[in-house]
Every structure is written in structure tokens, then in C-alpha cells.
Design a protein around this ligand. Structure first.
Ligand code: UDX
Length: 434
């Protein structure tokens, strides 16, 4: 089977390469010539564990993949085309910006010459897949195409494994022919007994938003409980553990911290609420999650300032971790960076370090200074802030660090360290919900 992925961002690249790994021929299409040129040289636009290797394998060894900026040529032989372009938040109203998705649908409609299944993998509000169907219907006979919604559930940092071993595959499809194609594409997962949920277009779209919003709700819930823990002398990690052992609750996504960031949760929670509003439904829980999470990094920055009697002017902070989570170089809606910028605005100096996200952050945050490694970053600082839970921050040489810093203060926003241990080593340790 021949597959075309339109859009070589995070979702397109990972999904396409995983389909190549399953044995299908995959053509990646992107209108950005520069991106295609770089990909041809094996230069990936993002950092994701295992991505370089998987790309090299299928470009050089199996020759299962092709790269192109010519959608017409690529579609001529395609059995299925996946739309995997971005749907960022619109600045004006926080709605998902569907400009790219609709533009690709238009292009596809001009280029279908034989039957082709059009699969929407980009995260799109409910109703979008049906609109895409209408766009294509204007140019193409119904017998020549079907439209499916097949949302992705890939976590950055573990996306390849998430694709190869998913908890479930969601397929919104309303034709037998289309269903058969998608089932064959995911057939390699049958051996893992992966549940495949077949439903209509709207339901598939909604499952994606409801899932992400539910996980975001779990995070905000535990963060609010963490605030209460601090007031009453309880320990949030034990609370999470105690709750998570109940199989109905489950321990995942109950880690308290500076709030959720990244390319998905913040934008999806907002878009979900907007979709509901347009349908005269108020998702009050989702709205609260959105508002609480927006404030959370700012409140934590205030907490840090309060520790210094509300005067951080000229104080030097080492900011460890800039990506929104470990194992990615993605800094979109990174809570660590929001906190750094809040402190900067209050007159503090920020010296930052991240194992993979330095380049992205240097470009967007030129007012931060940057260290070459953890120890260089912590030289002469008045406090260390751990913003992202990278593995290399989990076992810092605290004795060595003590000789480098001005003051032995750690704001451990990811609860990486044991409080007593740090106290015994002479550090003041401020964590979350403990
Ligand atoms: C998420 C979804 O998990 C994935 O299914 C979807 O397709 C895309 O969005 P991702 O954004 O890559 O994936 O990361 P995820 O691991 O879900 O974390 C999102 C944010 O929540 C991060 O900022 C993370 O630090 C935060 N988080 C996560 C917590 O604060 N506590 C937790 O317990 C879990």
C-alpha cells in the first residue's frame, strides 16, 4: 500500500516512519522546500528519541520512504493520504487555526485521480472532517474517495513507542472500503491485541479532545490538591500514590508540578471549550482547568519571589530545564520558560540550561543567559530552579554544587529530590505540595 503524509511536523514524521516500519511505502510531502531539503540530508526538524535512526533506516536501507514537495505527483499512486499539518491556537479567539488543514484538503481535491482514502490525523475540532469531505466533494466524485478521522495520541519523547504500542486506535469512518484500508494499515498491531474503536467522524474527533482534556484535568486536579497539601502538612507524592492505587483512578498523570505545557494540552483544552461554546454547551470543568493552568506558573514565580521577601532584583537564578517536558527540544508553552520570564520581569537574572532545547530557547528568549552544562549554569547563583525533570537533573552532585552557588537554595518544581536528604546536605529545598 502507498501512503502519503502531508505535513512533516511531529505527527507526520513519526506516524509516517512508523507506517514505513510496518512495511508500507510512505511519501512525505511538505510545501516547505527547505524542510524537505534538510530531511533529504537526514537533518530532522525536531529532537525525538529514535527518530534519526528510524529515518536513516528507511531512507537508506529499506528505501520505504520518499520526500517530495509535489503533492500532485505524490498523490497519483496513493491508496491513503494523511493530513498531518499543524492546528495551532488562533491568537484572536484561542480556536484551532484550520487554515493549513483546509488548504491541504483543497489541494487534495484537485489531485485525486483514482480512489484514495483521506485521513485526518491533525487534531481538529468536531465537524472539521465532515467539512473536509464537503470540500473534496466539490471536485471529486463520491466513489473516488472517503474521509476518515484517525487522531493521534503520541507523547513527545516517547512518540515512536506510543505509535508502535498504542493503548487503542480510534478510527472515524463511514464506509466499508475506507475501514478496510485503515484496518490493513494498523494490522501489524493485531498481534498486540490493540483495541480498534470504529466510530463516526464526529465521535473520533471528540474522543481526541475529551482524552487530552481529561488528562489535563487530572494534572490540574492534583496541582490544586498539592497547594492544599502545603497548607495542611500533607505530602502530595503520598497522596498521589494512595489515590493512584485505586484502579479506577490510576497513578498516571497525577504528578504535581508547575502545570501542563507543550504543543497539545494547552491548545486542545482551549479549543475543546470553544467548540462546546459554539454549540451552547459550557464545559465548566475544562474552563476551570484552562484558567487554573494559565495562572499556575505565574503563581509559582510569585512563590519564588515571596521566598526572597518579594525582591528578586539582581538575584541570579539557575534555570535547569527549558523544554516543556524531558526528551524533547519543544519549548512551546513551557512552564519553565514562563517562570523564568516572570522572574526576569521582576528584575532577576536568569541563566538557563537544557540538554536539548538550548537552541530553541536562545532564539526565543535572548534575555536569558545560557550555561554550557549544569555546573557552569549554577556558578554563583542565588537559587537553582529545576523546571523540567530531565534524567540528568535527577542525580546532581549536590556537594559539588554547594561549592559553586552563592546560596544553597533549590526550587524543585518537579519533586525530584528527597526533602530530608537535601536538608541533611545543607540545602534549603522548596518543592511542590510537600
Ligand atoms: C500529550 C498527550 O499525552 C498525547 O496523547 C497527545 O497526543 C499530545 O499531547 P505531550 O504533550 O507530548 O502529549 O506530553 P504529556 O506527557 O502528555 O505531558 C503534557 C504536559 O503535562 C507536560 O507539560 C507535562 O510536564 C505535564 N504533566 C504530565 C504533569 O504536569 N503531570 C503529569 O502527571 C503528567
Amino acid at each position: 500500500m502507498n501512503i502519503v503524509m502531508v505535513g512533516t511536523g511531529y505527527v507526520g514524521l513519526i506516524s509516517g516512519l512508523c507506517f514505513a516500519e510496518f512495511g508500507f511505502k510512505v511519501t512525505f510531502v511538505d510545501k516547505d522546500n527547505n524542510r524537505i531539503k534538510k530531511l533529504n540530508q537526514g537533518l530532522m526538524p525536531i529532537y525525538e528519541p529514535g527518530l534519526d535512526e528510524l529515518f536513516a533506516k528507511h531512507q537508506k536501507n529499506t528505501k520505504q520512504i520518499k520526500l517530495s514537495n509535489d503533492i500532485t505527483k505524490s498523490l497519483s499512486n496513493a491508496d491513503a493520504v494523511f493530513i498531518t499539518v499543524g492546528t495551532p491556537s488562533r491568537r484572536i479567539d484561542d480556536d484551532a487555526d484550520l487554515t493549513s488543514v483546509y488548504a491541504v484538503a483543497e489541494e487534495i481535491s484537485h489531485n485525486i485521480k483514482k480512489y484514495c482514502l483521506v485521513v485526518i490525523k491533525s487534531t481538529v475540532p468536531v465537524g472539521t472532517s465532515r467539512k473536509i469531505k464537503e470540500i473534496i466533494q466539490k471536485k471529486v466524485n463520491n466513489s473516488m474517495f472517503d474521509v476518515a478521522s484517525n487522531p493521534e495520541f503520541l507523547r513527545e519523547g516517547s512518540a515512536i513507542n506510543d505509535f508502535m504500542r498504542p493503548d487503542r486506535v480510534i478510527i472515524g469512518i463511514e464506509s466499508d472500503k475506507g475501514e478496510k484500508i485503515l484496518k490493513s494499515l494498523y494490522r501489524p498491531l493485531y498481534i498486540l491485541e490493540t483495541p480498534i474503536v470504529i466510530t463516526n467522524l464526529e465521535t473520533a474527533e471528540l474522543i481526541k479532545y475529551a482524552s487530552n482534556s481529561f488528562l489535563a484535568t487530572k494534572i490540574s486536579f492534583i496541582n490544586e490538591v498539592a497547594d492544599l497539601c502545603e497548607k495542611v502538612g500533607a505530602n502530595i507524592q503520598d497522596v498521589s500514590k494512595g489515590m493512584g492505587l485505586d484502579k479506577r483512578i490510576n497513578s498516571k498523570f497525577l504528578h504535581a508540578g508547575p502545570g501542563f505545557g507543550g504543543s497539545c494540552f494547552p491548545k486542545d483544552v482551549k479549543a475543546f471549550s470553544n467548540t462546546a461554546k459554539k454549540n451552547n454547551i459550557k464545559l465548566s470543568i475544562v474552563d476551570s482547568v484552562n484558567e487554573f493552568n494559565k495562572q499556575r506558573p505565574k503563581i509559582l514565580a510569585k512563590k519564588i519571589e515571596k521566598f526572597f521577601s518579594n525582591n528578586v532584583n539582581n538575584l541570579k537564578f539557575a534555570l535547569l530545564g527549558l523544554s516543556f517536558k524531558p526528551n524533547t527540544d519543544d519549548i512551546r508553552d513551557s512552564t519553565s520558560i514562563i517562570i523564568g520570564n516572570e522572574l526576569l520581569q521582576s528584575g532577576a537574572k536568569i541563566i538557563a540550561y537544557d540538554p536539548k532545547a538550548m537552541k530553541n530557547s536562545q532564539y526565543e528568549n535572548p534575555k536569558f543567559k545560557y550555561g554550557s552544562d549544569v555546573y557552569d549554569t549554577c556558578n554563583n547563583v542565588d537559587a537553582i530552579i529545576i523546571g523540567t525533570e530531565w534524567n540528568e537533573f535527577r542525580a546532581l552532585d549536590l556537594k559539588k554544587l554547594k561549592t559553586l552557588v552563592n546560596k544553597t537554595i533549590i526550587f524543585d518544581l518537579r519533586n525530584l529530590y528527597n526533602q530530608d536528604e537535601l536538608k541533611n546536605l545543607g540545602w534549603e529545598h522548596i518543592s511542590i505540595g510537600r
